[in-house]
Write a protein that binds this ligand. Structure first.
Ligand SMILES: Cc1cc2nc3c(=O)[nH]c(=O)nc-3n(C[C@H](O)[C@H](O)[C@H](O)COP(=O)(O)OP(=O)(O)OC[C@H]3O[C@@H](n4cnc5c(N)ncnc54)[C@H](O)[C@@H]3O)c2cc1C
Length: 498
């Protein structure tokens, strides 16, 4: 009873927000009242049985740190450049200003440095990798798989392309899925090539990603694998329960989805490595703890007002993901922060596979040297709460129960618990392109799969700015922000008939 009381008294505002997410997603295909009743039954079961049982072999350190485990050992670029050189002043001119130093901003810096021209400034309001890029699960994904993209884009097309026939909307959704998968596969290979070529020490390993499915998900799993294969995307496949146990240490009763070529890495080390390569050249500088407050279009260039002074520049790349709507009001309710959380604990199941992605029905898991990471949630927040680090203790406790379910019971002490906010668009399809028909770009809306888009997306935008010819991996008909800002005037792709 003490545990139950503790759980109930510990409920906070985000738990209620998250409860809505669970109600909306856990029992698809039934009416709201039925969903609510089923959720209530489920929640009471969690509160009175599952969680108290799980907590008998778990404890929470006092205090639990809010620092993501990836940042716990320190940040080599903390307070750069001010820490080493307090008298440095912010430059007043640049060719390009990048706002944000996560996967995306660091990717832009790297590609710009390799091109070896002009001057780029990367401005970061906190420290490099302090946003979602330093708070995630650490999987280098092959992207959302083909059928998943098709099925998230399709309902959006129903709303904004009601002029098309049902058949044409299906065809268009498949075209979106194909364009996305094509560029995501390329992105994943580009990450690997870069890690190897540069000799980055970021714990990179390419062992795949297991995503469990229960009995009710088996048919959809088979269909999604087949749809991907027919369209020429063969990464998404399945594993038998015995293979899931062997590769990931997870006990399941049914086949699981498997992304064969997903990898894992230390996400913050990836960001720092890219930036270190870039700032070693005369073409890129990083200014952390420098917040962009306002952007003004001056015709031939932009002025950027920051917390440390004003910069004039010709091009801007917004690498601000879930924070974008704070700077650009037109993205409010179009590119939303969605809170996801994680926790790290010492101990945990030793049979849990290492360097492999492991997802249960409602949580993810990962074994690291001294312990395990657990995580879940996808709750939309108001735009001004982007970057919210306020994890739900209830969800952490729930995840311990989920971990026991898949990996067996084992003692764990939770030492770190944090949350972050990926950015989500209405159709869960990213945005890579110009936001003003001039020279201001955005790379965002990567919907929790930033590793699938950010690096190749950054290369694409840098090439556009420099006028370098290359394959157009992000055609405006698919990726331009008008798709979500002004769908009536978006230059939609032609329907491709076989
Ligand atoms: C718990 C969790 C698990 C996840 N797991 C995965 C995973 O396994 N694989 C995967 O691919 N993705 C995962 N994601 C999503 C992934 O982390 C994001 O897609 C990715 O980090 C986005 O990178 P980014 O550089 O675009 O954005 P961010 O890393 O959020 O960077 C944006 C930066 O912009 C800065 N900024 C914002 N506004 C301003 C301003 N006005 N002035 C200056 N700077 C500003 C912010 O401080 C921030 O550092 C996960 C996310 C979370 C939270």
């Amino acid at each position: 009873m003490k545990t139950v009381l503790g759980l109930l008294l510990g409920l906070r505002r985000h738990d209620l927000r998250a409860a809505r997410t669970f109600i909306d997603t856990m029992f698809p295909g039934v009416s709201l009242p039925v969903r609510f009743v089923r959720f209530l039954v489920w929640a009471l079961g969690q509160i009175f049985f599952t969680i108290p049982r799980a907590l008998s072999s778990a404890r929470f350190a006092r205090p639990v740190s809010r620092t993501p485990i990836w940042l716990a050992a320190g940040n080599p670029l903390a307070n750069h450049p001010w820490g080493n050189d307090p008298n440095t002043s912010l430059p007043t001119d640049a060719d390009v200003v990048v706002i944000g130093a996560g996967f995306t901003g660091a990717g832009c810096a790297y590609h710009w440095a390799k091109a070896g021209q002009g001057r780029m400034l990367v401005l970061e309001m906190e420290d490099a990798a302090s946003g979602a890029s330093g708070r995630n699960e650490g999987l280098v994904v092959m992207g959302r798989y083909f059928a998943m993209v098709r099925d998230t884009v399709r309902p959006y097309l129903d709303k904004v392309r009601a002029d098309l026939s049902c058949e044409d909307r299906n065809a268009l959704a498949e075209q979106f899925a194909a364009r996305y998968s094509q560029s995501a596969y390329k992105n994943a290979d580009l990450v690997e090539t870069t890690v190897r070529a540069e000799g980055y020490d970021c714990d990179y390993a390419r062992n795949g990603w297991i995503q469990t499915r229960d009995e009710s998900g088996q048919q959809a799993l088979a269909e999604s694998i087949q749809a991907g294969a027919i369209a020429g995307f063969d990464d998404w496949t399945s594993l038998s329960p015995a293979e899931v146990l062997e590769k990931g240490g997870m006990r399941v009763e049914h086949s699981a989805g498997f992304s064969r070529r997903a990898a894992s890495f230390h996400p913050a080390k990836w960001v720092w490595s890219l930036l270190q390569t870039a700032i070693a050249t005369p073409h890129v500088d990083l200014y952390s703890r420098t917040k962009v407050l306002n952007i003004t279009d001056q015709g031939e260039d932009y002025t950027i007002e920051t917390s440390r002074g004003t910069i004039r520049c010709r091009h801007i790349i917004n690498a601000t993901e879930s924070y974008t709507a704070i700077l650009h009001a037109q993205f409010r309710d179009k590119l939303n922060p969605v809170q996801t959380q994680a926790a790290f604990g010492r101990g945990g199941p030793h049979n849990m596979g290492k360097h492999i992605g492991l997802s249960g029905k409602r949580g993810f898991f990962g074994r690291h040297d001294t312990g395990v990471m657990i995580g879940s949630d996808a709750t939309q927040l108001p735009y001004h709460l982007a970057g919210n680090n306020n994890p739900s203790r209830f969800i952490s406790k729930f995840l311990i129960g989920e971990m026991h379910r898949y990996f067996g019971r084992s003692p764990i002490e939770i030492t770190h618990e944090w949350s972050g906010t990926p950015g989500f668009t209405a159709d869960e399809f990213p945005v890579v392109g110009l936001i003003d028909d001039k020279r201001q770009y955005l790379i965002g809306g990567m919907c929790g799969s930033g590793t699938a888009v950010s690096f190749n997306g950054a290369r694409h935008v840098v090439q556009q700015i420099l006028g370098i010819d290359g394959p157009d991996d992000y055609p405006a008909a698919y990726y331009a922000p008008t798709r979500i800002l002004d769908p009536d005037n978006h230059p939609w792709p032609e329907i491709e008939r076989p």
